[in-house]
Design a protein around this ligand. Structure first.
Ligand SMILES: Cc1ncc(COP(=O)(O)O)c(C=O)c1O
Length: 393
């Protein structure tokens, strides 16, 4: 039985710290049964109490209690008004760009995730929307690219895979002054380390497949909004496109969120150790990591984040070294994706950034010697030992 009133009243838990909010969510326990683990409401439809009286839940494409608990929890954690859970990060971004109209112009980070580029290039450009890619860590480049019809800044920070950092507060001010929305893809940092809405952003998106889920076992996306108008847009996207996240996947994310702070702290500690070790290796020509004090944007990182997360990119001395490392890792897994408990080594050229135009890849430095690693929560010394034998053995 679902009682609408019981499900409507939830506490945003403003008095609690982030870790407590992550554990206790919105409703936390199921209000009807007291189930401590919020139930997976695996039902497509919901029985009406009587003619004209429903429970507040009618049909899972539109709303489902498990998805609702996840969405409310994410809204609380990101400090937004409402949140929306999608079947993938791509689906969340598709819904986001659905806000745009013919003639609108968008500024995006120049080395965004290849799939985001693909959405803009293959789906929205043919609809008459224009996209300009700029180095968002250079405010003057951003200002120079603004046009009267610029409606949105889409910021990925740190960028994937070059780890450039954009100043969210400054960019939000510039966007606002020009009548544009600021959207931040917060996949790499999560709200535990970085809160774009507090810094002035209007909308936050995630590939929740990554750190939010955290266990490489679910594909999902999130959009967190700050106004009723934006909420109506995303509600209609889920209702009409049918791209809302299912109950089981929503539950997996709720479970992942409970340990988000613990995992993120461990990703941070491990990545610091691994990044510093990589720097000492003769075959490693350059390491891209936001936690290095000599990173060009270190001051911005220290201003807007409370941790470095677990992402590192690096360039090796030769294609042969890259091939050997990818082939010879044992505990570390050669696989796409990031943000899970397992350490994953990725080859952006043919995996995550295959859709990025070759000239852009070349300019950014995504070549056949370039690798990206998502540091997991294993023992840091085991990660280093495995990378060492794969690189030097
Ligand atoms: C930063 C970023 N945003 C969005 C996406 C797309 O998310 P998904 O793979 O969940 O569709 C990815 C995927 O790798 C990503 O890395």
């Amino acid at each position: 039985m679902i009682d609408e009133c019981l499900y409507n009243d939830f506490d945003r838990k403003d008095h609690l710290a982030f870790a407590s909010k992550a554990v206790h969510g919105a409703l936390g326990c199921d209000p009807c049964t007291g189930s401590v683990s919020f139930p997976i409401y695996q039902s497509a439809t919901f029985k009406h109490k009587t003619f004209g009286v429903g429970t507040g839940f009618y049909y899972t494409r539109l709303e489902n209690p498990t998805r609702q608990e996840l969405e409310r929890t994410m809204a609380i954690l990101e400090g937004g008004l409402e949140a929306f859970a999608f079947t993938s990060g791509q689906a969340a971004n598709m819904a986001l760009f659905g806000m745009l109209k013919k003639g609108d112009h968008v500024l995006l980070s120049d080395d965004i995730y290849g799939g985001t580029f693909r959405i803009c290039d293959t789906i929205f450009t043919p609809l008459g929307i224009e996209f300009t890619y700029v180095d968002m860590s250079e405010l003057d480049e951003v200002k120079a690219a603004i046009r009267p019809e610029t409606k949105m800044f889409f910021i990925e920070t740190p960028t994937n895979p070059m780890m450039k950092v954009a100043d969210i507060a400054e960019l939000s001010k510039i966007a606002k002054a020009n009548g544009a929305l600021t959207v931040v893809d917060n996949t790499f940092m999560t709200p535990y380390f970085q809160k774009p809405i507090e810094l002035g952003a209007d909308i936050v998106v995630h590939s929740a497949t990554k750190y939010i889920g955290g266990h490489n076992d679910v594909v999902a996306g999130m959009a967190i909004v700050t106004t009723k108008e934006q909420a109506e847009h995303f509600t209609m996207q889920i209702k009409s496109r049918g791209n809302g996240l299912g109950p089981f996947e929503s539950w997996l994310l709720l479970r992942g969120l409970k340990t988000l702070p613990l995992r993120m702290d461990k990703h941070h500690q491990n990545s610091l150790k691994v990044a510093n070790w990589l720097r000492t290796q003769p075959k490693v020509k350059k390491v891209y990591y936001v936690g290095f004090e000599d990173h060009k944007d270190y001051a911005v990182t220290m201003k807007q984040t409370t941790g470095f997360s677990g992402m590192i990119s690096f360039e090796l001395d030769s294609f042969e070294s890259a091939k050997k490392m990818l082939s010879d890792v044992k505990m570390v897994l050669f696989a796409e994706s990031l943000g899970g408990v397992e350490t994953l080594l990725t080859y952006p050229l043919t995996q995550t950034h295959e859709s990025t135009p070759p000239d852009v890849r070349e300019k950014l430095g995504i070549n056949d010697r370039f690798l990206r690693i998502s540091i997991g929560i294993e023992d840091a010394d085991d990660i280093i030992a495995d990378l060492d034998q794969a690189l030097n053995g």
